[in-house]
Design a protein around this ligand. Structure first.
Ligand SMILES: [Mn+2]
Length: 396
């Protein structure tokens, strides 16, 4: 039984306002090609199909077309779950009909307890859920109230859920779990989440690989890089597309899917690279270099998006320059533009970085100073004070 593992498609996502749909479609075509070349028996999508609970019409149409291609045209079975970005109830629509064509989509906790049976493998599709979902589920299952009250974190919930899943194990088969959480190798590990969900939400950070020891293999979603995989058999597939500049800056930012082959003797895995159609390129250089043809002609202009940081920049020397439009003439799409000032410049250091501790007037002044290298004039200060007065009055 050979499966392709992918996750975190986040269809409909934007990057600083730029739609990623075209990129998502291009990479999807590669995933289909890999699935065909590898002759997989199914594709696992481990949550976060959409980027948001209420996706845009374009996102719905795109994902619908992807599922049609995979499942109806190519006849590839799909094993999918919802992630924390999806609406479990909305995504659940149609799931009973979909199973008629081997499209298995679990979005609710109770659905995890019906494994999908193949001749050699039991596939447990455990969607993202939170401790409250688990308390509701176990209350309905008549777990004593004091035990239900003990379910405080996702780790507590998983302990019960996994014990119940193990009850369903067929000892003649291998056991695959598909789920969507932040999982670490050890309890004390701190998480550097590429996913934007903070580690505190719903006790997400408390799940460790130990809890999955009963399974032969775990396919995860939630963290967007496969390099976060906490164990050789507990794997993140990573997102197929780079979603932000932070990811583009990361050393290991090659996107991929994993092919996992389950045989009676062993489990073999293989990484298949995905090639971006429009890559996200990070450039850091000074203004003169960025404007130098011998520099920008070396860049993949027209084939990539750029995130540019202008280094050692004296804004006051370029007040008349529209930086973005000057750079766009040379680089095309710039999804992010910022600059670093010279550390020897005369800017007053900010007394605090916590904006709540600084008055609104001072924030405007600091901002103005950062942009222009000058303080607000007395007349400008008066104007700012007047505006904030009016705003405050309106709020009362
Ligand atoms: Mn995600």
């Amino acid at each position: 039984m050979k499966l392709l593992h992918t996750a975190d498609w986040h269809i409909g996502r934007t990057l600083n306002g730029y739609s990623l749909l075209a990129e998502q479609k291009a990479v999807f075509a590669q995933i289909v090609q890999i699935a065909q070349d590898e002759e997989v028996d199914g594709i696992v999508i481990a949550g976060d199909l959409y980027d948001r609970a209420i996706p845009s019409p374009e996102a719905v149409t795109t994902l619908d077309q992807m599922f049609r291609t995979l499942n109806l045209e190519k006849k590839i079975p799909i094993y999918a779950i919802s992630g924390n970005h999806d609406s479990a109830r909305r995504l659940n629509y149609g799931r009973k009909w979909l199973e008629e064509t081997n499209f298995y989509l679990h979005t609710l906790l109770e659905e995890a307890f019906t494994p999908i049976e193949t001749p050699t493998l039991q596939i447990f599709l455990l969607p993202f859920f939170d401790p409250l979902d688990a308390r509701v589920y176990y209350q309905k299952k008549d777990l004593p109230a004091e035990d239900v009250a003990q379910i405080k974190t996702i780790a507590d919930a998983l302990e019960l859920v996994i014990a119940d899943l193990v009850e369903l194990f067929d000892p003649t088969k291998k056991h695959l779990l598909v789920t969507h959480f932040a999982v670490t190798a050890h309890q004390e590990d701190s998480l550097d989440l590429t996913s934007e969900t903070t580690s505190q939400v719903g006790g997400l950070a408390t799940v460790t690989t130990k809890q999955f020891a009963a399974f032969d293999y775990v396919m995860l979603g939630h963290i967007h890089t496969r390099h976060a995989s906490p164990a050789p058999t507990v794997r993140y597939a990573g997102s197929p597309v780079k979603f932000n500049v932070k990811e583009a800056r990361a050393k290991n930012n090659q996107k991929s899917v994993e092919i996992v082959d389950f045989t009676a003797q062993k489990i073999q895995q293989k990484v298949c690279k995905l090639i971006p159609q429009t890559d996200l390129v990070v450039l850091e250089a000074d203004w003169e270099t960025l404007c130098d043809p011998s520099f920008y002609q070396q860049q993949p202009v027209g084939q990539a998006w750029f995130a540019i940081t202008i280094q050692n920049f004296e804004r006051s020397a370029h007040l008349q320059t529209n930086l973005r439009s000057e750079l766009e003439k040379r680089y095309g799409t710039i999804v992010e533009l910022d600059y670093q000032t010279n550390s020897t410049s005369t800017f007053a250091p900010q007394e605090s970085t916590d904006l709540r501790e600084i008055s609104p007037e001072k924030i405007v002044n600091n901002f103005f100073q950062t942009i222009t290298a000058y303080e607000l004039s007395p007349a400008q200060k008066d104007l700012v004070a007047k505006i904030f007065n009016e705003v405050e009055r309106e709020q009362k």
